[in-house]
Design a protein around this ligand. Structure first.
Ligand code: GDP
Ligand code: MG
Length: 414
């Protein structure tokens, strides 16, 4: 995993392409890989380019890409296509346009359809942005249409959000101001070769005059003709100015790539300790699910019987960690005894630890009460239980956080 992340950071295009596929499909290696990548993602400026279909976003991104490359900087482009699936025709024009960059290793392009992403488009886009940001690129540009909730969330991934408008949509500016206008850091009036650019500018100024931003930034309005590469340098200039303002203020996004970056960093800062699950002893899983599924709306990801421990289990994902409902399968099981003594309730907390032997060694030396030597559970993972007397009253399970095994098919091909 570390090798893979190193290759990506070093700009290995095949390692990067493979990682993009894994992330898009939310393969099992996704979270481990993102965690490895996160610390190296901070340098890139993530730019969201949004606006209605046909406004010229793709043409503009293409022109920006050329300018960035002329400055000998590198970039990644994520094009979020609203309608087509990846094999569909609607992004064909973009494809042809982007082919100009095809043989340029300084530009990495990925198109995404808006449907079919496990965990949602915003999540997939945020993860992909994090990947590209960690691949040593100077810029990551995300193109998306600016209408639905998904797109607003996608815009939240970005450090700098550029809203592309065109002449002839003066009244529409009023209509869309409620949502996306508030998150635009830079306004572009593209197709400035068409009549009516001033009118749109007045409308934007009207909206901007209504309030001040907490960061003190006054969103500039840049006129461009993307097809003629006019105004692109002013746009890039504005992007860099706002990115610098954010950097100086130490601002990070609360969602998207930066959010994951923070999470991953805090995980690392915690020494690799993460909560795996909370075990709750119940008399009847069925009845408990009446609450967790029926009333709360959570969903069971796994149900299984563990004959060895005479217990039935239902797992409910809750962010990263899970809630594990435990029901006795037989009267003489550990859970049955727990219920008889303490009643229903929290039975144990399970923590993942990076190196189980190191931790148990430390605990033994300090006199903590281990209930077993490290052993291998049903899922193949190694674990140990610590007596509540040592932990502050709760049974603690430590699970070895084995990184997901990854085999790179391209390594095998070599
Ligand atoms: N006249 C003019 N046409 C433009 C300009 N920018 C883009 N276009 C054209 O507008 C159409 C839509 O552009 P596209 O980049 O695909 O828009 P998107 O849907 O926002 O990505 C294409 O035919 C472009 O050639 C511009 O500045 N002026
Ligand atoms: Mg487009």
């Amino acid at each position: 995993m570390r090798d893979w992340a190193d290759k990506i950071a070093a700009g290995d295009i095949r390692a990067l392409a493979r990682a993009a596929s894994v992330i898009e499909n939310r393969g099992p290696e996704t979270s481990t890989l993102l965690r490895e990548l996160a610390p190296q993602a901070g340098r890139a400026v993530v730019v969201g380019v949004t606006g209605p279909p046909g406004a010229g976003k793709s043409t503009l991104v293409d022109a920006l890409a050329r300018l960035i490359r002329r400055q000998a900087k590198t970039l990644g482009i994520i094009a979020v296509d609203p309608t087509s699936n990846i094999s569909g025709g609607a992004i064909l024009g973009d494809r042809i346009r982007m082919q100009a960059h095809h043989n340029d290793p300084g530009v990495f392009i990925r198109s995404m359809a808006t449907r079919g992403y496990v965990g949602g488009l915003a999540r997939a886009t945020a993860d992909l942005a994090l990947l590209l940001a960690s691949s040593g690129k100077d810029f990551v540009i995300i193109e998306t249409i600016g209408v639905g909730q998904d797109e607003v969330e996608v815009a939240n991934v970005a450090d700098v959000t550029v809203l592309v408008l065109v002449p002839g949509m003066g009244d529409d500016v009023q209509a869309i101001k409620a949502g996306i206008m508030e998150i635009a850091d830079i306004f572009v009036i593209n197709k400035a070769d068409h009549p009516g650019a001033e009118r749109v500018e007045q409308e934007i100024e009207g909206v901007l005059s209504l309030g001040h931003r907490p960061d003190g930034w006054m969103p500039p309005i840049v006129h461009t003709v993307a097809t003629e590469e006019k105004g692109i340098d002013a746009l890039l200039d504005a992007i860099e100015k706002y990115a610098a303002l954010r950097r100086d203020a130490g601002v990070t996004n609360s969602t998207g790539a930066k959010y994951q970056l923070q999470n991953a960093e805090s995980d690392l800062a915690a020494g690799g300790f993460t909560i795996d699950h909370l075990g709750i002893a119940v008399k009847s899983i069925e009845r408990a699910l009446g609450f967790y599924e029926g009333q709360l709306g959570m969903q069971v990801s796994l149900r299984e019987a563990v004959p060895l421990e005479k217990v039935n289990v239902a797992m409910l994902p809750a962010g990263g960690p899970r809630i594990e409902l435990l029901e006795p399968a037989e009267a003489d099981s550990v859970i049955a005894r727990f219920l008889a003594k303490r009643g229903e309730g929290l039975h144990h907390v399970a923590l993942r630890v990076p190196d189980l032997d190191a931790v148990t060694g430390r605990l033994c030396a300090a006199g903590a009460r281990l209930l077993n030597a490290p052993q291998t559970g049903a899922g193949g993972h190694r674990y140990v239980f610590i007596h509540p007397a040592s932990t502050g009253g709760v049974l603690l399970e430590l699970i070895e956080a084995k990184p997901t095994k990854f085999s790179d098919p391209m390594d095998e091909a070599r």
